[in-house]
Ligand binder design. Sequence first.
Ligand SMILES: Nc1ncnc2c1ncn2[C@@H]1O[C@H](COP(=O)(O)OP(=O)(O)OP(=O)(O)O)[C@@H](O)[C@H]1O
Ligand SMILES: [Mg+2]
Length: 260
Amino acid sequence: MSRFIVITSGKGGVGKTTSAVNLATAINSFDEDVTLVDVNLTTPNVGLHLGAPVVPITLNHVLSSKAELVDSIYEHSSGTKIIPASLSIKELKILNERDLITIAKDLKKISEIVIFDSAAGLGAEAKVALQIADEIILVTNPEMPAVTDALKTAKLAEDMGKQVRGVIVNRVRNTKSEMSLKSIKEMLELPILGIVPEDNKIQEALSMRNAVFFTHPKSKAAKAFRKIAANLLGKDMEEFNEGIWKRLMGRLRFRALVKS
Ligand SMILES: Nc1ncnc2c1ncn2[C@@H]1O[C@H](COP(=O)(O)OP(=O)(O)OP(=O)(O)O)[C@@H](O)[C@H]1O
Ligand SMILES: [Mg+2]
């Protein structure tokens, strides 16, 4: 039985793609089979974050019936499978529920765990992604506007009968001006799944078009994502496969999966 985990937020720019990319690769390092799907079709970023901004076949081609799902799957050295969306305006496609449900059926055959990087907000695109979620993870920053918007998404999910697993509080600096974790927890009435510190290694990793989990594995951010991944899998941090991780150091490369 596959697990569909949707990473979303109320406010944009809070760190959804950063979380999705690093959680997918961190989950993979626990020897789990995982696919990361970019369902933020209007402003897709997964390919940019993972070193393959332009690939021949994307989710957009699948949604336009120009390609099969299997042709849009790429694999980077970690074994994490990626289904990127197209950066081209010409190929822009509106995500609709029917299409995504069809794709979801095929995705269930592909991976045990599927992580969806969603659009922010309460618009149709974000809502469609929530529709297929088994679990929703909300990302927020420790600031009132981000948490207020996260609350709206949490209410929307609740109205849709969906379970919000918890919240990742990203870009925590531990300053007096930011909201405390206690206030965030109380306001959202949701468990805190993890705390990711403000870490310039995340931006360095982005400039290298790679996950911080690989470029700076000892960074505070990488450790935070590993901890969240372990928590999601119900595993101990020690089960993390360091051997695999060592092999994977270096630049991620997208490789088209050859159809069998
Ligand atoms: N913990 C962090 N420390 C430092 N920089 C971060 C951190 N998390 C994210 N960033 C930076 O913030 C920016 C936005 O992150 P990201 O693209 O993951 O947000 P998003 O929620 O996916 O945005 P969008 O709503 O546009 O899809 C990126 O430049 C990223 O490098
Ligand atoms: Mg994003």
